[in-house]
Design a protein around this ligand. Structure first.
Ligand code: ADP
Length: 166
């Protein structure tokens, strides 16, 4: 296990089993992990408020029983936040092809901004390679079954959200 604090940032709108897979693996790779929900005003409108996304993540971490993982939120540059909390590594997920270009440019930009902080990429398990929050939101919107994609507490919240916006 690396004696390092790792930061896993993202939108988590909402947290999926793919994110949980990465969080679980980070928890066994690093001494401490901070999962942080980014406030990103440039991102298309989100489905869940940051507070709700935090609540889902906290519950997921609790269910997985990961005592070295904490959940928080941040705004502004990810590298700045990483430095602020003393994280030396940023974790990002890399799914087949789709993420590569975006993650590559983010990686280069972050290295230029802050060369003391590196980014490590983890690939999800095969079953989550094609899973995204966006896909989950769309399937839920059309009342599809999302049992395979999100944990029960997220599924419940999504169903409620879809009902309330219908
Ligand atoms: P962002 O808006 O920062 O991309 P996301 O919540 O969509 O936020 O994703 C956060 C991180 O988790 C990203 O690095 C993304 O590639 C990764 N990720 C998302 N879904 C999966 C998945 N199914 N498997 C592995 N990594 C994933």
């Amino acid at each position: 296990m690396m004696k390092t604090l790792a930061l896993y940032p993202g939108s988590f709108d909402p947290v999926t089993k793919g994110h949980e897979d990465l969080i679980r693996r980070c928890a066994s790779l690093f001494e401490n992990v901070v999962v942080a929900v980014a406030h990103n005003p440039n991102k298309q409108v989100s489905l869940f408020e940051v507070e709700e996304r935090l609540k889902f993540l906290t519950k997921s971490v609790e269910i997985m029983g990961l005592s070295n993982v904490s959940v928080t939120q941040f705004s502004g540059l990810t590298v700045k936040f990483a430095k602020q909390i003393g994280a030396s590594v940023i974790i990002r997920g890399l799914r087949v092809i789709s993420d590569f270009e975006y993650e590559c440019s983010m990686y280069q930009a972050n290295r230029t901004l802050e060369d003391t902080i590196d980014t490590l990429f983890l690939m999800p398990s095969l079953e989550y390679q094609f899973l995204s929050s966006r896909m989950v939101r769309e399937i839920a919107y059309f009342q599809g079954d999302i049992t395979s994609f999100v944990s029960p507490h997220v599924q419940q919240a999504l169903l409620q959200k879809v009902k309330s916006t219908a």
